[in-house]
Design a protein around this ligand. Structure first.
Ligand SMILES: Nc1ncnc2c1ncn2[C@@H]1O[C@H](COP(=O)(O)OP(=O)(O)OP(=O)(O)O)[C@@H](O)[C@H]1O
Length: 263
């Protein structure tokens, strides 16, 4: 059996930004391969800082973060590029190249895996095209391969974003507020996609979420941050309203939930 990839370990990790703002403080956290973890906390709590520390986009000013036993390099270079190959990112604003078709957008996930000249001249090896088509199949929109990204709905664009991440064949997926730009119905569809893909492929998945009811419904494990510190780490099924109040440091309001009935 091959060893499972995607184990993340923070040890005494901290991020203080150059202007003195503390984004992460003394974080000790272990995430096992294949886990589906939802990160919650009010605006500015440090959710993005945590995600971006995993792929070296935010430098640590204290402690360390390791992926599968290898320290995440704290400066740009070959080693960090190599590590990022195995980490797929999903963004709130999708970050597609709108004038390109869907397949070309998904192939961007293969960029780090092929020589630059091949992608430059659009000579993608068949094996990479197959991986990209497979990823589109996985998110349920294979028929959109030749459609221009600009003509897709928001939900379809996010599916392309997910397929692009999958095309990297990553060990880890980082999703930073992946449903923040979507309507409620599409939000649930995308969350279900993320959970299903996590179960099917066993890719360690970290999702930053603003809405507490979504965290409860789709999370397996919830990590709660407040002022850059870990204040909750436990099962999504057992998290209480009291826990959420602690994480937020206040009563929560209708802005904190997708469905107001959840209050
Ligand atoms: N590049 C930066 N320079 C200075 N301060 C920053 C920088 N990025 C983030 N911060 C600060 O670090 C803290 C944590 O920010 P972060 O973006 O991680 O929070 P967040 O929980 O993701 O918030 P949101 O939900 O609003 O996106 C905040 O106080 C933020 O203002």
């Amino acid at each position: 059996m091959t060893e499972q990839r995607g184990r993340i370990r923070f040890s005494g990790a901290g991020v203080t930004y150059p202007n003195g703002t503390v984004g992460m403080k003394n974080l000790d956290l272990a995430i096992e391969p294949g886990e589906f973890v939802v990160i919650v906390g009010s605006s500015g709590a440090g959710k993005s800082t945590l995600l971006r520390a995993v792929n070296g986009l935010n430098r640590l000013t204290a402690g360390s973060v390791e992926i599968d036993g290898r320290a995440v390099p704290q400066r740009e270079g070959r080693e960090l590029r190599e590590l990022r190959k195995g980490i797929g990112m999903i963004f709130q604003d999708f970050r597609l190249v709108k004038r390109l078709n869907v397949l070309s957008n998904v192939l961007i996930g293969r960029l780090a895996h092929v020589p630059a000249w091949r992608s430059m001249f659009n000579f993608w090896p068949q094996a990479d095209r197959d991986i990209a088509l497979d990823a589109l199949q996985r998110v349920g929109i294979p028929e959109k391969a030749w459609t221009r990204a600009s003509s897709l709905s928001g939900g379809q664009q996010q599916r392309v974003g997910i397929a692009r991440a999958l095309a990297q064949q990553p060990a880890i997926i980082l999703a930073d507020e992946p449903v923040a730009s979507l309507d409620p119905v599409t939000t649930h569809q995308i969350m279900r996609d993320l959970v299903r893909i996590n179960r099917e492929l066993g890719i360690t998945t970290l999702v930053n979420l603003h809405f507490l009811d979504l965290a409860r419904e789709y999370g397996e494990r919830i990590i709660g941050l407040r002022h850059g510190e870990l204040v909750y780490d436990g099962s999504a099924k057992k998290v209480t309203d009291e826990d959420f109040r602690d994480i937020y440091g206040r009563d929560f309001t209708e802005d904190d939930v997708l469905n107001e009935d959840a209050i």
